[in-house]
Design a protein around this ligand. Sequence first.
Ligand SMILES: Nc1nc2c(ncn2[C@@H]2O[C@H](COP(=O)(O)OP(=O)(O)OP(=O)(O)O)[C@@H](O)[C@H]2O)c(=O)[nH]1
Ligand SMILES: [Mg+2]
Length: 397
Amino acid sequence: MEIGVVGKPNVGKSTFFSAATLVDVDIANYPFTTIDANVGVTYAIADHPCKELNCTPNPQNYEYRDGKALIPVKMIDVAGLVPGAHEGRGLGNKFLDDLRMASALIHVVDATGKTDAEGQPTDYHDPVEDIEFLGKEIDYWIYGILSKGWDKFAKRIKLQKMKLETAIAEHLSGIGVTENDVWEAMHRLGLSDDPTKWSEEDLLSFASEIRKINKPMIIAANKADAASDEQIERLKKEGEKRGYIVVPTSAAAELTLRKAAKAGFIDYIPGSSDFKILKPMSGKQERALKMIKEKVLDRFGSTGVQEVINRAVFELLQLIPVYPVQDENKLTDQFGNVLPHVFLMKKGSTPRDLAFKVHTDLGKGFLYAINARTKRRIGEDYELQFNDIIKIVAVTR
Ligand SMILES: Nc1nc2c(ncn2[C@@H]2O[C@H](COP(=O)(O)OP(=O)(O)OP(=O)(O)O)[C@@H](O)[C@H]2O)c(=O)[nH]1
Ligand SMILES: [Mg+2]
């Protein structure tokens, strides 16, 4: 699973990425600072079961801090996208191809309106236009992949009586599209089972629907520290009207806070509304932190960066953390580690799905599961819940 950070040039994508991953990257006030994609690991943060169960975990594939689980998620920061990118403008398709495997997108928008469509400084540009164009560029990119040789493809499917969903999913497997995604998009649009009947327009609407299903997007209204309340409110309203979650962010503030925390100057948990000063620093540093507290944390409740990541994982992608254990009483693995592993599962997943995620053999030999909270046996059709602790019982060879 991978989250892509996208947007036009110079809006703060790399700043957002660097704040989220603490990977050092080039950040500068001009377009196309980033050319090659940056890849790193960020964390989705959720309450940990130990908070309520009063235990001390021994995490092996995640981190634990103050009653919270920090669950690793891959993040990718790509080159800026300009209108016409699908036709090769700007860095064009190269950028888009970096997003093939992203399962959700964070669209970073400059809420201040101080960068134009190409990422050059300007007096005023309407950020609502950026929301519109970015979705369209991705639609055209998918359309481009889909429409290449479409007529021949459609005829062959019809002639060989192939299952349409399977054939299209195969055709789009390079961008991670599944048969279910194809089925969902076709049904939402009421498209014919006979692909030779699809018009150009049908293909484009289909591409757009696939984008919404396969690459759902959340908007980070960035540089919020320098935007007015009116600008933020309008962007929120216009974004929500178009079906997006919009969160005001100050990636720059988050980067400063995380760096200060890493250097041991402050105690700061991403997502929180405050930090604690731990040791003396220069007057300049102290003033910068005070500004962040007043102009960002007090104004918005947080820098917004962690909220965007959490909402991308838990709301857009509908993932839930689940903890498999071997001993349902001690909540441990075979080595005595308390709640050692967490897995992000799609909402609606079953204990058998979890078993397969832990190990193929465990999935194949699955018999039943035990909910460690209730000590009850649960069957195959049980729907896993947020923060479930599950013992899997399987026959293994
Ligand atoms: N005021 C303010 N400035 C920001 C914020 N985030 C980024 N910036 C500034 O915006 C400029 C562009 O930042 P980058 O992170 O390089 O932007 P980018 O979108 O990666 O740019 P490209 O790689 O060129 O597409 C830099 O001068 C940053 O310091 C923010 O939250 N607030
Ligand atoms: Mg960049």
